[in-house]
Design a protein around this ligand. Structure first.
Ligand SMILES: Nc1ncnc2c1ncn2[C@@H]1O[C@H](COP(=O)(O)OP(=O)(O)OP(=O)(O)O)[C@@H](O)[C@H]1O
Ligand code: SF4
Ligand SMILES: [Mg+2]
Length: 337
């Protein structure tokens, strides 16, 4: 991929939650849970960045920070620049009205579980029309027609009839298509897809991935595609960011990350992914140990307790991201000198 203009740039994003750490010498001591640590990445116009990580690694929090939908008690620092019509805005400090105009119109999101994101007592066509009416000065009639067009764009058969259905009358795959129609109906530049296929069975999952690829090409959509599944990310992403315990540990092109992983965690994960050549009679190699809870993260590299390459320094300070080769970064100075 040649040069693309930046659309979204996240710089040094930190997200923490206030936490009571219990009594210390009879005095109640409060502290914070650091859920996202120093996350930086960039998405170019029309580009798909895959955000990969295990459960609890901070993927959804990162996306909610971009949408400014974090719970009010979240302590957020860092910058999130979004380019629109030649102007670059820093989302965390944008006024509420401008943010409301961007959210759902320029930046849209699809959620993992469509049933929780759709209104169960409203016809799906009306829900899509409402997404339009929230952002565009058009009549109800026109919004209704464009909602049906959007349902057609996401290949829902007989859209005029299905528009009158309630969410529970649709299959899981059709509900996810409705969510996607709602997200693209205002023609956003950036689509955040948080585990959009995880709740679906494998055949439907493949259809939804094909649909997203088609919409991406047709509408020149950039995407932040969140998943815990290497195989899914390797199908859709141009570049890949890997998160571990709240920190970004590796970032690079799809080929760099999957063919030449530079962080011990990514290497360990890729070894644990079976492919056609895997000898299925032997147990899969997995990474020894488990992800530490947020309350017990070491101040340095979060992977340190499980890492066979660790040196004394690793436990003390969060290692910097090192550029291993052009555009390929890994947060491990020990094996990338
Ligand atoms: N409101 C909150 N208060 C305290 N901790 C929170 C809160 N929301 C999330 N967390 C913690 O932050 C961490 C990251 O959460 P996040 O939802 O971003 O993970 P994720 O990578 O999206 O995981 P999954 O794959 O399970 O969706 C988790 O350990 C979670 O428990
Ligand atoms: S910084 Fe140290 S502990 Fe972390 S992955 Fe590299 S070698 Fe392992
Ligand atoms: Mg999540």
């Amino acid at each position: 991929m040649g040069f693309v203009a930046p659309l979204l740039e996240v710089r040094h994003l930190n997200i923490a939650f206030p936490a009571q750490s219990g009594e210390n010498n009879g005095v109640e001591k409060s502290s914070v849970l650091q859920a996202v640590r120093d996350v930086s990445f960039l998405i170019g116009c029309g580009e798909v960045l895959g955000l990969l990580g295990e459960s609890g690694s901070g993927k959804s929090l990162t996306s909610l920070a971009i949408m400014r939908l974090l719970p009010p008690q979240a302590l957020v620092s860092g910058e999130i620049f979004f380019a629109e019509n030649g102007a670059t805005r820093n989302l965390p400090v944008l006024d509420d009205e401008s943010m409301r105009q961007l959210r759902g119109a320029r930046i849209a999101m699809i959620f993992q579980e469509p049933m929780t994101a759709l209104n169960p007592v409203m016809r799906v066509g009306d829900q899509i029309a409402e997404a339009l009416l929230a952002h565009q000065p058009i009549s109800k009639r026109e919004a209704h027609d464009r909602a049906i067009e959007a349902m057609n764009d996401v290949a829902i058969p007989d859209p005029a009839r299905r528009a009158r259905d309630y969410p529970h009358q649709l299959s899981g795959g059709m509900r996810q298509r409705v969510m996607i129609a709602m997200a693209i109906v205002n023609r956003p530049q950036l689509l955040i897809a948080d585990e959009p296929t995880t709740a679906l069975d494998v055949t439907i999952q493949a259809q939804i991935l094909d649909l997203l690829a088609e919409l991406r090409a047709r509408f020149k959509l950039a995407m932040l595609f969140i998943s815990h599944d290497f195989a899914v990310v390797s199908q859709v992403a141009d570049r890949v960011a890997v998160m571990y315990a709240g920190a970004l540990v590796e970032l690079g092109s799809r080929r760099d990350v999957f063919s030449n992983p530079a962080h011990p965690y990514t290497r360990g994960l890729l070894h644990a992914v079976p492919d056609l050549t895997t000898d299925r009679s032997r147990p899969l190699e997995t990474i020894a140990g488990t992800v530490p809870p947020l309350q017990a993260l070491p101040p340095g590299c979060a992977f340190e307790p499980r890492c066979q390459f660790r040196v004394e320094e690793c436990v003390r300070t969060l290692p910097p991201l090192i550029e291993v080769s052009g555009g390929h970064w890994a947060r491990c100075p020990v094996i990338n000198k």
